[in-house]
Design a protein around this ligand. Structure first.
Ligand code: FMN
Length: 181
């Protein structure tokens, strides 16, 4: 006699809710210490507001996202003074800093004074400020804005890009670093 096949249990797996309380929360110090092991470059993200004023901020949360189409993403803290300007803009400039641009990184992360005061830049085709002597300048159209906890993730399409030779500045374990090669 052939036994009837037993119906297999059907399990449904729902996508995890990233806003739910984590099952095993990691404390802030552990989170920082762990993520600090991931070395990154440093960018300054710029945008122009409706009144034509330039805004900019130091951002290390930047990555390449897609080749076709050419997409990048960058993450902007909700409590940043320039949050509204950067996340409302139709276009952003992304300036990848060179090894000797630590002062620019500090300046665009500080609340003291006008960040653009005395800084060399040209205006790109899309109107954004492109900082002088950066390793690369990108002009991007913002396509999507996603909730990302205490940050907003901007997904943007690269419309123009230019590079120059040089060494990058790095951010590692909460401090500035350089390539040892
Ligand atoms: C090296 C470095 C990397 C940073 N990366 C980011 C980032 O990826 N996203 C972000 O929102 N802020 C980042 N910040 C912080 C902002 O630059 C900084 O909080 C902000 O400009 C200062 O606060 P305010 O804009 O509110 O005046 C970074 C700062 C530094 C120095």
């Amino acid at each position: 006699m052939i036994a009837a096949a037993r119906p297999r249990a059907v399990t449904s797996r729902r996508a995890p809710d990233i806003h739910a309380r984590p099952h095993m929360p990691v404390d802030k110090d552990t989170f920082r210490a762990t993520l600090g092991r991931f070395a990154s470059g440093i960018t300054i993200v710029t945008a122009v507001d409706a009144d034509g004023r330039d805004h900019g901020m130091t951002v290390s949360a930047f990555t390449s996202l897609s080749l076709e189409p050419p997409l990048v993403l960058t993450c902007i803290a909700r409590n940043a003074s320039v949050f509204a300007a950067l996340t409302a803009a139709t276009h952003i400039g992304i300036n990848i800093l060179a090894a000797d641009q630590e002062p620019l990184s500090r300046r665009f992360a500080s609340r003291d004074g006008d960040r653009f005061d005395g800084v060399g830049y040209v205006r790109g085709d899309t109107g954004v400020a492109l900082l002088a002597d950066a390793l690369a300048n990108l002009e991007c159209r913002v396509l999507e804005r996603h909730d990302g906890g205490d940050h907003v993730i901007l997904v943007a399409q690269v419309e123009h890009a230019q590079v120059r030779e040089g060494q990058p500045i790095l951010y590692y374990r909460g401090g500035y670093a350089s390539l040892a090669r």
